[in-house]
Design a protein around this ligand. Sequence first.
Ligand SMILES: NC(=O)c1ccc[n+]([C@@H]2O[C@H](COP(=O)([O-])OP(=O)(O)OC[C@H]3O[C@@H](n4cnc5c(N)ncnc54)[C@H](OP(=O)(O)O)[C@@H]3O)[C@@H](O)[C@H]2O)c1
Length: 264
Amino acid sequence: MNKIGIIGVGNLGRSLAEGLVNYGKLLAGDIALFRRSTSKLEQMKTKGFRISSSLEELVHESEMIFIAVLPQQVNEVLDLIKPFLSSDKLIISLVTGLKISDIRSRLDGHDLIARAMPNTAIAIGESMTCLSFNDTSATRSEEIKSLFNHLGKSIVIKEDQMTSATALCACGTAFFLRAIRAAMQGGTEIDFHSEEALLMAAQTAKGAAMLLLENGTHPEEEIDKVTSPKGCTIAGLNNMEHSGFSSAFIKGITTSAEMAKELY
Ligand SMILES: NC(=O)c1ccc[n+]([C@@H]2O[C@H](COP(=O)([O-])OP(=O)(O)OC[C@H]3O[C@@H](n4cnc5c(N)ncnc54)[C@H](OP(=O)(O)O)[C@@H]3O)[C@@H](O)[C@H]2O)c1
């Protein structure tokens, strides 16, 4: 396995680093990390990760370089790493809205570039990761897919679908968590302490998702199994729809997709 470097160790960069070690069968010592506030990397250092003292050091020590900084921070990073890049360094950008062609031109034609859009569940090996390649990085697609398949599931999409993937899968984590919180609040109102309600709501959500993934069924097919005529489930479900449940979810996803286009 190639040595890996991660530039930007915030929410996503840290989750990726932890996922690679806990689920990707990599050693922490084979992963170099860099962020400007090095004091915030002490905890990662104690876990055995290598902490690079500069971007130059990280680039020299890594064959596969993940970029996990915010869209408004990425140009500076690209400008700083450009002098140290050789053509064999694989850049994998996790940055929302930044196209492979934008990175290529900022890096004066460096061509070995892929994009990945994971979510924070990568830390526990349960990410949904969408991948896009250019012609050059496509030669490494199997290796990159295999890496992400250890950290959840991955799918290769056209690059122009990346902003939509961001809304559905990366922002989607927050959408489903809010749905679970709402279920928890409902559970508390009808009888349970919040900790009990949270466990009950989260495990129910996990079970519902697993039914689809394991059975390969459509959600409505599984819903039919829960809704008996004149029953309490259909009454609750219809009431949610009268209050705009599906519509709110769809509007949230389309709004995020529109915004994701504008972030870089
Ligand atoms: N969070 C998610 O769920 C998620 C999912 C998919 C994609 N993404 C994308 O992933 C990227 C990172 O998101 P995030 O949520 O992890 O952001 P974040 O928590 O704000 O982390 C950004 C990191 O970048 C570092 N950084 C900024 N400028 C830098 C520089 N010049 N050199 C080195 N490091 C630098 C910051 O540390 P210092 O300030 O200490 O340098 C920080 O560690 C974004 O583009 C986001 O769109 C995020």
